[in-house]
Design a protein around this ligand. Sequence first.
Ligand SMILES: C[S@@+](CC[C@H](N)C(=O)[O-])C[C@H]1O[C@@H](n2cnc3c(N)ncnc32)[C@H](O)[C@@H]1O
Length: 346
Amino acid sequence: MALIIEGKASIEVNPAKVVSKKMEVFYNPLMELNRSVSVLLLNSIGKKGMQIALPLAGTGVRGIRFLKELDKGIIKSVCMNDYSKKAVSSIKKNLKLNKISSKVKVSMNDANLFLLNSKGFDYIDIDPFGSPNPFLDSSAKRLSRNSILAVTATDTSSLAGSHIKACIRKYWAMPLRTAIMHEIGLRILIRKCQLIAAQYDKALVPVYSYSSDHYLRVYMECRKGKSHVDSVLKMHGFHENAGPLWLGSLWNTKIAEAVFGLNKEQKYAKFLKTISEESPIDSVGFYHLPSLASRHGNMPRIGQLISELKSRGFKAARTHFMENSIRSNVPYEGLIEITEKLKFKA
Ligand SMILES: C[S@@+](CC[C@H](N)C(=O)[O-])C[C@H]1O[C@@H](n2cnc3c(N)ncnc32)[C@H](O)[C@@H]1O
């Protein structure tokens, strides 16, 4: 056993070199960012009296961080569930270690049964190993009005186009295998969640999304009512032959700015700043400069191009999805014309 400190939580874990589905309970250090963003997001939204559900709680580290790091008044209760006996005993041990005994409930059940047997939640976090698909229906059923559904997908090989048939089977859409594949995968995942919730007259509107290392993550606000659902469904369509997918915004700009603003960890600052800067730009996909260079010859430096686009009244920023890439509302032909002029000036 090893003691790990993450945020304000102390966690006793079985150290493992490689985290895999076969391990019954595990602490995955690669998911620290995932958990930190969930803390920042709930503090940014600042909703009070929330009933929080962690149906796949693992070691309990996320729930413990919520209980120790969320602002006063945000939590009414945190329900931590896992179907593994070892996970549940680890959650209980870690709660004791962190001296937490109130506002928390621990259960050992299948995640779907746990959700279906509940009266509903203001925040449900689906953080499995692999696809979130098996848990979407029960989550959608138990989302309260204006609640948040957080979804992680680690099966990026399907969503980002390495396994086209798997993506069609599991996410009912055609992926893409180009520089923008992770954004496309995220948009395909969002549409799948939206379709599941639409059946129950619930509209899921993304408020914060990102791709990191080996996973995709999205937070969606649940609005109840047929007209909200119809507006969401109208925003499904295709992009460069990929889709159907969500064509709307991936972020609520105020939340993206607040998540960056509240962060105190230097190691996440650049990543969260980039997301906050790209969040107001309404565009599906982005321009990957090395791909453009292979078609149009050398490109100007990214900083120079962003300044030039802004000076001409376009929105432009780097994107967290890919190095050397620009998210902008400039049309393709316009961008090429500007790069040619910049080359001429140089
Ligand atoms: C990726 S881990 C969860 C990590 C955790 N959310 C965190 O933030 O550290 C997935 C967990 O889901 C549990 N699990 C998998 N399938 C489940 C199911 N059908 N019902 C309940 N728990 C399940 C596993 O035992 C494992 O502990």
